[in-house]
Design a protein around this ligand. Structure first.
Ligand SMILES: [Zn+2]
Length: 344
């Protein structure tokens, strides 16, 4: 074949394109493609067992022609996808590509399964693995400068739970409980460079302890915290030596011109996002929150047409190591029996 692209005839070019399309089709289906991609995307290949990265040598191939590595420190063998969401699945790179296109469109598990011609359980597990990988994005967030913080609450959702395991009587389910203890408390913060953070901090009211545990490690000393007038934020700011700007619930701006418009906007965007899924179990809510925050981040940084690829290349290389057993044994982020103690 003639590779002087500038001098190719239209017929030659057509043949060339067909040739490339065949190669691409094969690459999407080949069993060793994912491991090649993960290798290419990983800056420092480290041992999944002892986490050293300077004593790794190539050590043959698996039966699917996947490069195997050996850690000379602990003598363990591994492949590039060990402990990633692609480890030990039969899914191809093409399957994952289609999955992330569905995810970028916020399709339900059922619709994704139909589009992929896969079982609903397979797709559910794929989604949970991806959400676990996205949680790493939250753990890496740092906030600085002027930070708006506020919490919101959302009713506890028992979707997927057997009636007999519920911590309350079903007749009381008719209308959502108004009691604050029966709600999930989610703390949110956004800084002046649009770093965003949302985390479940328990049930019931916000407290300085909840703020401390969640936001404490994320905030540098000397920053400005902008909040409503709750005393929980006051104690937290004092403890961390933060400059505090509080805004009364009756006003939009305080006397220094600070508002909570960014964090309120983030919260209302989140409610728009989560309403697309028609009920998410509280067990999986943090995963959907992490997805939302990551989606907001790529909204700022990547053209919308490239969103599926961006999320795929981010998630595929994270060492998240969640097993099917973990997925089906997921627990609530707080003690729900205690939250509903007043019903017993
Ligand atoms: Zn090792």
């Amino acid at each position: 074949m003639n590779y002087d692209l500038n001098n190719m005839t239209p017929l030659d070019l057509e043949k060339f394109i067909n040739f490339l399309q065949t190669l691409l089709g094969d690459a999407l289906e080949n069993k060793n493609t994912i491991s090649k991609v993960v290798k290419q995307e990983t800056e420092n290949m480290e041992c999944p067992n002892c986490h050293w990265d300077d004593c790794i040598i190539k050590s043959g191939f698996t039966k699917n022609k996947v490069q195997r590595y050996l850690c000379k420190k602990c003598n363990k063998k591994f492949i590039s996808t060990t402990n990633t969401l692609c480890y030990r699945t039969k899914l191809t790179f093409g399957d994952w590509q289609l999955f992330f296109e569905c995810m970028a469109d916020c399709l339900s598990i059922r619709k994704t399964a139909a589009k992929m011609h896969k079982n609903k359980n397979t797709v559910f597990a794929m989604r949970q693995k991806v959400l676990q990988a996205l949680s790493i994005f939250r753990s890496n967030v740092k906030l600085s400068g002027e930070i708006q913080a506020d919490e919101f609450s959302i009713p506890i959702n028992f979707k997927g739970m057997k009636q007999s395991n519920m911590p309350r009587h079903s007749k009381k389910r008719k209308s959502a409980s108004k009691k604050v203890n029966h709600k999930v408390c989610v703390l949110g913060a956004i800084d002046e460079t649009d770093n965003q953070y949302l985390e479940i901090v328990g049930n019931g009211e916000i407290t300085s302890k909840k703020i401390e545990e969640s936001l404490g490690p994320k905030i540098k000393e000397g920053t400005t915290l902008i909040t409503d007038c709750r005393s929980a934020y006051e104690s937290f700011a004092k403890e961390h030596n933060l400059k505090l700007e509080q805004i009364k619930s009756t006003t939009y701006k305080n006397e220094n011109g600070y508002t909570l418009s960014e964090i309120n906007g983030l919260h209302s965007n989140f409610f728009g996002f989560i309403s697309k899924f028609k009920g998410v179990s509280t067990k999986h809510l943090q995963g959907y929150i992490d997805w939302f925050v990551y989606k907001k981040y790529i909204d700022y940084t990547v053209e919308i047409i490239n969103h599926p690829r961006e999320i795929l290349y981010y998630a595929i290389k994270q060492k998240s190591n969640i097993t099917i057993k973990n997925i089906y044994n997921a627990t609530f982020p707080f003690d729900v029996d205690k939250a509903y103690a007043d019903y017993h």
